[in-house]
Ligand binder design. Sequence first.
Ligand SMILES: [Zn+2]
Ligand SMILES: [Zn+2]
Length: 336
Amino acid sequence: MRAVQVPDAKGPFELVEREIPEPQAGWIRIKVQACGICHSDSLVKDGTWPGIQYPRVPGHEIIGVVDLVGEGVKPWKNGQRVGVGWHGGNCGYCDHCRRGDFFACNVALLTTGISFDGGYAEYMVAPAEALARVPNELSAVDGAPLMCAGVTTFNALRNSGARPGDVVAVVGIGGLGHLGVQFAVKMGFKTVAIARGKDKEPLAKKLGAIHYIDSREKNPAAELNKFGGAKVIIATVTNADAMTAVLGGLAANGVLMVIGAAGPLSVDPILLISGQRSVKGWYSGTSVDSQDTLSFSASSGVHSMNEVFPLERAAEAYERMMSGKARFRVVLSMEG
Ligand SMILES: [Zn+2]
Ligand SMILES: [Zn+2]
């Protein structure tokens, strides 16, 4: 099979021929159809994930078909359409797992494309519990970005405490944000989009945002307060100052949900105390959260806007994603 690997930290992407991997007991082999390129793939490329071993095939936004089922696996069957995301597995028996906090597993937390080879390849193997079912209505390319960018925004929103009719703001209209706006609208929130500059305004409105704030032109906190403040703000940006700038726009009991990896965030405690506001992070989700994301997207018409590249152009596709100029997700298609 063909695969694209990173040979060592900061090394160049290499297109290589490899043996098709065999699934061990409890694992499944997947014929990969599409794999999204995520900013977190830079952890593999740059070697910033502690203990990562090379060579490594990145990729954790995978849609494909079950190709071979390892020993003892229930209930997957050959030919089923499946997705694999960031959460690659957990032990199931540590105290965190027993409480259902699978993201906090401290025995055997597996991350797809980091702990084991991911989806920049024609085939891959993954633990059975990492698999999500894919609805027929979603093509592989449409589904792939939902396995990380999608589930991250969908899951943060549905666990944010916001209720239909509440004002919810999405900061940053990029790969995550353009999905976040759609999910927020379809969940019934009064959705406000916030980004730098005017160019994203028409798109944000087309996706259903009731209002757009150009944070270069106007103070986003003051603008949000014209709507009574936001119950929830989802921060998808990788810029801590952009998060600090919106904090004052939280309503009483409002929550800033941080899902973009920015530097240290400065927060005025008075703002938190006086309005009982909070700042919270959200882990993307497990395979069943991804499955819910795919299902919700298919039934409500949420679509990722994608730029599609063939596998052999993975290096170029990665650069395109890192440039921040892609509109909006970059996806590798193994089907030409
Ligand atoms: Zn990701
Ligand atoms: Zn565990």
